[in-house]
Write a protein that binds this ligand. Structure first.
Ligand code: HAX
Length: 436
């Protein structure tokens, strides 16, 4: 596999670089931690390392140094397609270089070879009560596959530390190959006829996902490729990425680690927010029997705030400008279905809500995040079951966190184990600092 040679070729330099940095500068101070941060969810403490993505507060995400616009332009596309191949994105995340079309297709064909779902997986998912949340099914499906882990198998039969990354990569390819089929099966099990539609080897990731979901409207494959690119990685401190990394740091395999990450993504302050956003847009639409005027929308948003609620899809813990992942989805909708009423409403909200938040809330970021519009695009293609939206996020986030897991093994990242203090100890630190 060309991919493996590329990673193996980079390893000596990366290992030497990290070794030198640690040998010469391990005691150089990067950040300080205060009591507010310890009690405040460890916000903004610079204590994680990844070379795969970085979130700039003003400019948003960069994947391997590239902006979203760069990637939409530079990553290879199948002839006649608008949005790049998901295989090319995965190659970039793993290798750090923009692939050729051939290299992108190498990943697509690896995924096809590894995509077959075992019968016991269907049995596990079908055995669950019908009202089980789709995210629970996704996490269980991933965990059920753990018995297939090559890393776990090789670890127990004897594997040298500098070889850990190889079975981790194999596991990551095997698992990411199966996730679109698992997600589509969950969708069909919960909301359609319960029948699994097998992938077609002639199709790419995006086309196959549209096929397995049973969505025939043209363009859903393009939206799938865009969605996968936009939600894949957002540094290492967000809950899904950090949970995956933490569990993986115990040398748990990627099945255990990703299942944990998905459990974090299922929280309403993280990935589940995307279902809240679509719900809010539809509640506005129902209230006015169609698109409101800007003044009506301003008053409705104000009423939401005055009711003690947040406006979903707006604000961010790191960003301080419009999220470029929002802008890319806005551009996609404007190009393909500007007349769609729920999409038009999401655009109108962008014209009005930042002013409402600036005038009437304490938010540090009145601008839209990735979730403000993603549900309206899915709604256009008929994916209207709110609680499924986070599963889509999960399939995409797996692309980022599995590539991070491969590199964490390759660079020998250690067990994560921060130190705890008691409240009495923090009170003593505070008293000492104040000289009392
Ligand atoms: N509507 C109303 N008030 C908001 C707000 C919003 N969209 N965003 C922030 N605020 C409020 C906060 O609740 C906070 O109020 P208090 O001072 O009364 O506690 C104040 O503004 C300051 O908050 P902040 O520092 O700007 O924001 P945080 O870093 O604390 O929180 C959040 C970031 C994303 C959680 C927040 O902006 C929010 O709740 N947004 C709406 C929910 C949402 O869209 N979540 C998805 C985020 C993206 C993501 O992770 N997706 O998976």
């Amino acid at each position: 596999m060309n991919l493996k040679h590329k990673i193996a070729g980079q390893l000596p330099d990366w290992r030497a670089r990290v070794k030198k940095l640690l040998a010469e500068s391990a005691d150089v101070k990067v950040d300080e931690v205060n009591i507010g941060q310890i009690y405040g969810g460890m916000r903004n403490i610079k204590s994680l390392v990844t070379d795969i993505s970085y979130v700039d507060p003003e400019q948003g995400i960069r994947l391997r140094g590239y902006t979203i616009d760069d990637l939409l332009e530079k990553l290879p596309k199948q002839p006649g397609h608008e949005i790049p191949l998901v295989g090319g994105l995965y190659y970039l995340l793993l290798v750090g270089e923009i692939p050729s079309l051939e290299e992108a297709n190498e990943i697509e064909s690896e995924w096809k070879k590894r995509s077959k779902l075992p019968g016991y997986l269907f049995d596990v998912l079908k055995a669950m009560p019908v009202d089980t949340h789709p995210m629970t099914l996704l996490s269980q499906g991933i965990l059920a596959l753990q018995r297939e882990s090559l890393f776990a198998h090789h670890y127990h039969t004897g594997l040298k530390k500098d070889e850990y990354w190889d079975p981790m990569l194999e596991d990551s390819l095997n698992l990411t190959a199966k996730l679109p089929g698992i997600a589509a099966f969950i969708y069909r099990l919960k909301y359609k006829d319960g029948n699994y539609i097998a992938p077609d080897p002639a199709l790419d990731f995006g086309q196959n996902f549209a096929r397995m979901m049973g969505i025939e409207a043209s363009g859903y494959d393009e939206l799938t490729r865009l969605y996968m690119l936009l939600h894949s990685d957002h540094e290492s401190g967000n809950v899904s990425a950090h949970a995956t990394h933490l569990v993986g740091s115990a040398l748990s395999d990627i099945y255990y680690a990703l299942s944990a990450g998905m459990n974090g993504l299922a929280g309403p302050l993280h990935g589940l927010a995307n279902q809240e956003c679509l719900g809010w847009l539809l509640s506005v639409y129902d209230e006015f029997g169609g698109l409101p005027t800007k003044e009506q929308l301003y008053q409705y948003a104000l009423k939401t705030l005055q009711g003690g609620l947040v406006i979903p899809g707006y604000g961010h813990a790191v960003l301080r400008k419009t999220d470029p992942r929002f802008s890319a989805q806005l551009a996609f909708g404007k190009k393909h279905f500007p007349e769609d009423q729920i999409f038009a409403l999401a655009s109108l909200v962008y014209d009005v809500v930042p002013d409402v938040l600036r005038d009437h809330s304490r938010t540090k970021d009145p601008w839209p995040n990735v979730d403000a519009i993603s549900g309206s695009l899915q709604h256009h293609y008929g994916v209207r079951e709110f609680d499924f939206l986070t599963v889509l996020f999960g399939v995409s986030r797996a692309l980022g966190v599995t590539t991070n897991a491969v590199w964490a093994r390759a660079l020998g990242q250690p067990l994560e184990r921060p130190k705890s203090l008691s409240t009495a100890m923090l009170e003593a630190v505070a008293a000492k600092a104040k000289g009392s």
